[in-house]
Structure formats: C-alpha cells, structure tokens
Write a protein that binds this ligand. Structure first.
Ligand SMILES: Cc1ncc(COP(=O)(O)O)c(C=O)c1O
Length: 350
C-alpha cells in the first residue's frame, strides 16, 4: 500500500521482476498505453528509469484490443532475436474492453516472463466485479492507482500472491518509497471500506452510464470507437472527432462550456501525422458523473450538450449556462458513507 501513485506502483513491479536491459511488452501510447510503461525515447518510465527495452503489443483497432495472434507471433520473433522478455504489462489508460489475459498469460509464462496488469484505470471496476479479474486470469501481479474508478485518495497499490510478497515488499521499501505517507494510507482504508459496501453497485452503474453515453453520442453522429464490441465495457468512451476538428481544440472548446474530457491519441493518429497535443480523439469517463448520482438519461443529456458544441458549433458560453443549471441537481456524493457536506463543498474552504 505504500506506493504514492500508479507510476510508483509500476516502478515497484519493474524493480521486483526485471533488470536493466530486459524486454517488456506493453501497449503503445497511441493504442491506449500509459507513459509509465513507455519507451525511453518518449520519456517513458519503463525505458528511462528502469532501463527496459519496450516492445508493443500488436493492436486491433476494430476490436479495440490486443491482437492475440499478432502478439504470439511477435513474442516468438523477439525471443528468436535473443531478447530476454521478463515482463508483459497488460492494462492501460484507454481500456474499453477486457484484455485477452487468459489467452496470452501462458505464452509469457512459458518464456519465463511475469505478467502484470496495470489496473490504474479499472481498479474500481475489477473490485466491483464488473470487469475482468486479472489475478484469476493469469496475471502474477496487479498495479494500480487508487483514485480513478476506485474512489480513494490519490495513491498507488500493488496486489499479488504470497509467493511474491517478500520480493514486492523489498521492491517497495527500501527501493522506491521509504515512508508510509499516512495521510493516503488512512484514506485508502476508508475508500476500501466504502468499496466493500457500495463498490458493486457503483461499478455496475458506471458501466451502464458509459454505454448509455457512447450510444447517445453515436446516435447524434459521433464516430465512437469499438462499435463492434458495444463501444465500451468499462467507464471509458473513446471518440474519433476528426469529422469535426481535432481533439485538443475540441477539448478546450468544451471546457469553456464546463464539460471536462480529454484529448486522446487514437491508434491510427500517427499515420495521419496527428500529434498527441492535438490528436484525432477525445476520451470521456463516466466514473465521476456516476458518483454524483447521474443515470443513463443524464448521459443522453450530456451527449446532447456535447453535440451542441461540437456538431452544431453552438456558443460554448450559452451551453455553459445549461451545464451549470443541469449540475445543480447533482451535489451529493453517492456510493459512500453518509456525509453532511455536499460534493466539492471543500473547494469553498479556500
Ligand atoms: C495505465 C496507467 N498506469 C499508471 C498511471 C499513473 O497513475 P498515477 O497518476 O497514479 O501515477 C496512469 C495514469 O493515468 C495510467 O493510466
């Protein structure tokens, strides 16, 4: 529980299971990977801090998932080249579908590699039993943030089996953190207690909401990725917005309307010379709206607000007023022990 963030949790995993110069498989950033599992040339933590050689999983855009056959071939090729594959890092920052862990874990185990699942994004859905279950599907270890779909304080965590306990403990303290940082340790304990009580119900509504949001955007003309797989099985919705502009420009325009989402690189963006600062996609998440009590019909209204700005070219200032009015109905934090304070009221303390 000591890692102070998801990146720090990944560092613990690298420290425990790899050495300088080893090879690790992970998703490229364009395919939904995170910079902490990236190459040195990009400033990625795995490459530049842990000195790992990073190979990418082949990615199937239609399935929005790792290509199983392509991965099997690539693993063989990399091993034939004489590289020492010591870790396969599944998970990622854009996970709309459960990944093929069951199909691929053995391939990595057979060549002496460990399998990690970075659940930074989906930890709450895993805990709520509504997504895949990495440690029961072949992963040896799971790293995560505690503040995305898991509604804890900002922090990190590494989960594994007793057989790796000493290795992971040592890789945590003294290798990567020395203190307990008690403020987030206590916060994590409370968040987990709340999750035991409300987690399944919360995760279930998060996924219902993201599906409803994806469908509502699609019906209004947006190119939501992953259509073949029902758009999303997680909290994340990813949209190709190139019909209307670029992700960075639209992110800023939507922010003026008080709608917060992020620009996102799409798997095929680099082919079209699009850059991470102004890529072809936007990424939306239903986890925070769900915490505030929103349901499927509210997702439909949110899609309408987004369409007014992006498709109809409406004035963001006018949409902003409608967003403010809409949000007035959602000032209570749900799926947690009772509190007398309204959501975000602490901000007024400043
Ligand atoms: C897959 C993945 N791993 C790790 C991290 C890093 O988490 P943290 O911000 O807690 O360091 C992120 C952050 O978005 C992520 O998406």
């Amino acid at each position: 529980m000591r890692p102070v963030s998801g990146v720090c949790a990944n560092l613990v995993v690298y420290t425990a299971f790899t050495d300088v110069g080893d090879t690790m498989f992970s998703l490229s950033i364009a395919s939904g990977g995170h910079i902490s599992t990236g190459r040195k040339s990009l400033g990625g933590t795995a490459g530049s801090v842990s000195k790992l050689n990073v190979e990418y999983f082949p990615f199937d855009v239609e399935e929005m998932n790792i290509d199983v056959d392509g991965t099997k071939k690539k693993v063989k090729q990399i091993v034939d080249e004489g590289k020492k594959v010591k870790l396969a890092m599944f998970g990622g920052s854009v996970l709309t579908q459960p990944q093929p862990l069951k199909e691929l874990a053995d391939i990595f185990h057979e060549i002496g590699a460990k399998v990690c699942y970075d659940a930074a994004h989906v930890a709450g859905l895993v805990a709520g039993r509504k997504f895949q279950d990495p440690l029961r599907e072949g992963a040896d270890v799971m790293s995560m943030s505690t503040h995305k779909t898991l509604f804890g304080p900002q922090g990190g965590c590494v989960l594994s089996f007793n057989r790796y306990a000493e290795l992971i403990k040592k890789a945590t303290f003294p290798s990567n953190v020395s203190n307990h940082h008690l403020h987030h340790l206590c916060g994590k304990a409370i968040a987990f207690a709340e999750f035991l009580e409300f987690g399944e119900e919360y995760a279930s509504q998060v996924i219902k909401n993201s599906k409803a949001l994806a469908q509502a955007l699609y019906e209004r003309g947006f190119q939501v990725l992953g259509e073949k797989r029902g758009f999303t099985q997680s909290h994340t919705v990813i949209v190709d917005v190139t019909k209307y502009g670029l992700g960075g420009d639209l992110e800023e325009k939507l922010e003026k309307a008080n709608i917060i989402l992020n620009r996102n690189l799409l798997a095929y963006d680099l082919k079209y010379d699009r850059h991470y600062q102004n890529p072809g996609g936007i990424r939306l998440g239903s986890q925070e709206c769900t915490r505030l009590g929103m349901k499927e019909s509210d997702m439909d209204y949110i899609a309408e607000l987004i369409a007014r700005v992006v498709i109809e070219g409406g004035d963001p200032e006018r949409v902003r007023q409608d967003v403010i009015d809409f949000r007035k109905g959602f000032y209570k934090v749900h799926y947690c022990f009772e509190s007398t304070r309204k959501a975000y009221e602490y901000i007024k303390l400043r």
